[in-house]
Structures are given as structure tokens and as C-alpha cells.
Ligand binder design. Structure first.
Ligand SMILES: C[S@@+](CC[C@H](N)C(=O)[O-])C[C@H]1O[C@@H](n2cnc3c(N)ncnc32)[C@H](O)[C@@H]1O
Length: 285
């Protein structure tokens, strides 16, 4: 099932929260202008040298990471379904003077068009809370494989589906995700930037908007890690790296997480280690 209707509801839910997230980010434009980066070491390592490369950043949100990628020498295109996120990203690009092309589009529509137009990129990148918004992993992976140049790379860093199994007290409350089963979030996209208390705001955390309530619900799609890897391999990409990490970068996925150096969030002391994030690098042969 395509679920375009659910993805359109997600667009409204994301639109509603962008300003609230932005209110916590501090002086991001000045931070980037001064050469600061919003990227974490894990994606930097997987991406390698970006000098002179063409790169598309799928589900780029408000563009901080996209502009940080441009600072590493790539010619960047950011794609996101949210009108508000793309407006913010374009503003950030002009305020910082860091060039980037930002496109507002559903990732499936954009990939379809890029494939029809035979566009090709050296690198496709996506990160931190992206797979859960995808209703069809096969179409996504085939689109990515089709727009990569030969020897081009796809890099993904995302929160681990195992984290989805826990409730707010870290009890196992849900089955491991599989099959892209939709999960309704009545409360919509929340203010995870505030909840992460500085973990997602390298330019400094500001109090900003408090008590945000999203008027639009959202819909997640529950996929397991094996399904992500199988979709990429099935599209003809060679998996070069698949790494799992016992922490999440920046985001406090659940209450009680401990912040260790580098804005790495670990579970509370009494919770045995569990993978909370993974990274993939895959190559088009
Ligand atoms: C958690 S954010 C990703 C974070 C991002 N890496 C960053 O740098 O902030 C998820 C993004 O996916 C976008 N999104 C959700 N569904 C989408 C779709 N069908 N097509 C394109 N973007 C989508 C949302 O608008 C949101 O900006």
C-alpha cells in the first residue's frame, strides 16, 4: 500500500513543529558561518572525503546538517516533505552564505523525478529519524540505487528499531518492528529538541517555545534493521559497513538517558546495553 495520505498528514505534523524546534537552536547561522558543524563523528567517518562530490541529503529537515556537508566540500541538495523545514533551510543558507539547493518534496516523488531525469549523485545521505517515515522501503532503496553514480555511496545513520520496543520506564512494551506496520502517534511530532536538552543544539540551547502541542497527528512505519539492509541489497547496493552503537547521538530517545561526552545518550545505569543507533555505508558497483 502506498500510504501517500498518511505521508501528507506527516507533512502537516512536521510543518507544525518546525518553528518550535528552531526556537531552541540558538545562533545556528553564526555557528555555521564560523565553520561549526552539526554533524556527529559517526556520519563523518562513514561519509569520508566529500571534497568535490555531489550529494543529496534525503529528509534533510531544517538544513543544518546539509549546510555542514557543504562545508566539507560537497555540492549539496536537500530534500524534505515539510514546507516549513525547507523555508527555514533556505533562510539558513542565505544567512550563512553556504550554498545549497533545497527542494520541498515527498522523498518518493523526488526520487521518481530524479530517476526519470537520469540525474546522478556521488553520495546519497540520510540520518537520525528517517526510516520510520518511509512507507515503502523497496521503492526508496531502488530510487537511491538508481540515482547513484557507479561507485557512488549511500550513507545512512538512524536510530535503531530496537529502541522502539521500550516504554518510558525502559520496560519491553512493543514487539520488534517489522513489515512497515503503521503506528499512529496521536500527539504528532513532538518537541524532541527541547526534550534532548542541548543534545541537538550544538550552537547552544535556548529555552524557546515551551509546552508545544501538535494539532496534527502523525504516522510511523515500523521496519526492522534486517528489512532496511535487505531493501538496499535487493536494489543492487553492496553493504560495505553495518555498525550498531549502544548510544544515540544527541537525542534523548527515552526518559532517564545519561549524557556522556560527545552528546552520546546512553540508557540508565540499570538497563543492559542495547543498540540504539546504526550506521550503514553501501556502494553501487
Ligand atoms: C527526524 S527528521 C530528520 C532529521 C534530520 N536528519 C536533521 O538533520 O535534522 C525527519 C524528517 O523527515 C521528513 N519526512 C518525513 N516524511 C517524509 C517524506 N515522505 N518525504 C520527505 N521527507 C519526509 C520530515 O519532514 C523531517 O524533516
Amino acid at each position: 500500500m502506498d500510504h501517500k495520505d498518511l505521508r501528507e498528514q506527516n507533512r502537516l505534523s512536521w510543518n507544525a513543529v518546525v518553528e518550535t524546534h528552531a526556537s531552541h537552536r540558538g545562533e545556528l547561522a553564526g555557528f555555521l558561518r564560523g565553520g561549526g558543524s552539526t554533524l556527529f563523528p559517526e556520519e563523518r567517518a562513514l561519509l569520508g572525503d566529500l571534497g568535490g562530490k555531489t550529494l543529496v541529503h534525503l529528509q534533510c529537515n531544517s538544513g543544518g546538517d546539509t549546510l555542514s556537508l557543504a562545508l566539507l566540500g560537497a555540492t549539496v541538495t536537500g530534500v524534505d516533505i515539510s514546507d516549513e523545514a525547507i523555508l527555514y533551510a533556505r533562510r539558513l543558507s542565505s544567512e550563512t552564505g553556504i550554498p545549497a539547493n533545497f527542494v520541498r518534496a515527498d522523498v518518493y516523488d523526488w526520487l521518481g523525478e530524479a530517476v526519470r531525469e537520469e540525474r546522478r549523485f556521488d553520495v546519497v545521505f540520510s540520518s537520525y529519524g528517517v526510516i520510520c517515515w518511509l512507507s515503502d522501503l523497496g521503492a526508496w532503496a531502488r530510487g537511491i540505487a538508481a540515482i547513484l553514480k557507479r561507485s557512488g555511496r549511500f550513507v545512512l545513520v538512524d536510530f535503531h528499531p530496537a529502541a522502539e520496543m521500550f516504554d518510558e520506564q525502559w520496560n519491553r512494551a512493543r514487539a520488534y518492528p517489522s513489515g512497515g506496520e503503521p503506528r499512529l502517534l496521536r500527539e504528532g511530532v513532538g518537541d524532541y529538541v527541547a526534550e534532548s536538552g542541548g543534545g541537538l543544539t550544538p550552537a547552544g540551547f535556548e529555552e524557546g517555545v515551551r509546552g508545544f502541542e501538535n494539532p496534527h497527528r502523525s504516522h510511523l512505519f515500523r521496519w526492522g534493521l534486517g528489512e532496511v539492509v535487505t531493501a538496499l541489497a535487493g536494489a543492487g547496493l553492496r553493504i560495505v559497513v553495518l555498525e550498531e552503537y549502544p548510544f544515540s547521538n544527541g537525542e534523548r530517545l527515552l526518559p532517564g538517558m545519561r549524557e556522556l561526552p560527545g552528546r552520546r545518550m546512553f540508557p540508565p545505569e540499570n538497563v543492559p546495553a542495547v543498540p540504539l543507533m546504526y550506521g550503514i555505508s553501501a556502494e553501487k558497483s
